[in-house]
Design a protein around this ligand. Structure first.
Ligand code: FES
Length: 186
């Protein structure tokens, strides 16, 4: 029986079809990658932090449980935060050094924040004292919340200390999604 052989035109058509198929497959994979990238962009543009998670709003307790103005700042290690109560009011300070990102500590001896990596030092309110850090520590927006209504009674949107109200039951919230850069060192 004679073998069926493709004519030169048919061979050319098969080649073209194969090329077309590869082109379509390549374009489809490119489309998938683009869709994935677009999806990631949307996810990043719409953060879904739960309350109490770093990146969201942290309830750091009632006014009555804040450290006093003479006390050391309170470490909140799970959410990279120091709650610092100064003479001027309460602050939420980001626990990452403004030099190269080390986690710094509170030094009882120096009565200031000290970074173990390169020795930058900051006051209790986050103000730069010395070392290679380019600026004061970053802070977060702090709010005082009415414990009964949940209304915002006071808010510090620029990172400055927020005066503490008389109501010991008022809640203190730190919005770790709203970071305010420390002032550059002079
Ligand atoms: S990372 Fe803190 S001083 Fe360098």
């Amino acid at each position: 029986m004679a073998e069926d052989k493709a004519t030169p035109q048919q061979t050319e058509k098969i080649k073209v079809n194969r090329r077309e198929f590869l082109n379509i497959a390549w374009l489809a994979s490119l489309g998938l990658v683009s869709l994935e990238a677009a999806g990631m962009t949307v996810l990043f543009a719409m953060p879904t932090f739960e309350e109490g998670e770093f990146g969201g709003v942290i309830d750091v307790g009632p006014v009555s449980e804040l450290p006093g103005p003479g006390d050391p700042p309170r470490n909140e290690p799970k959410v990279k935060l120091w709650v610092s109560n100064t003479e001027e009011g309460v602050m939420g300070i980001y626990k990452v050094c403004t030099h190269l990102g080390c986690l710094y500590n509170w030094s009882e001896q120096e009565v200031s924040f000290l970074c173990p990596c390169h020795g930058s030092q900051f006051e209790k309110n986050g103000t730069y004292i010395r070392g290679p850090a380019p600026r004061s520590l970053d802070r977060f927006v702090v709010r005082i919340i009415d414990p009964d209504t949940g209304q915002v009674l006071a808010e510090s949107t620029d990172g400055s200390p927020l005066p503490i109200p008389d109501n010991p039951n008022a809640r203190v919230q730190v919005d770790t999604g709203k970071r305010i850069q420390g002032v550059s060192k002079g």
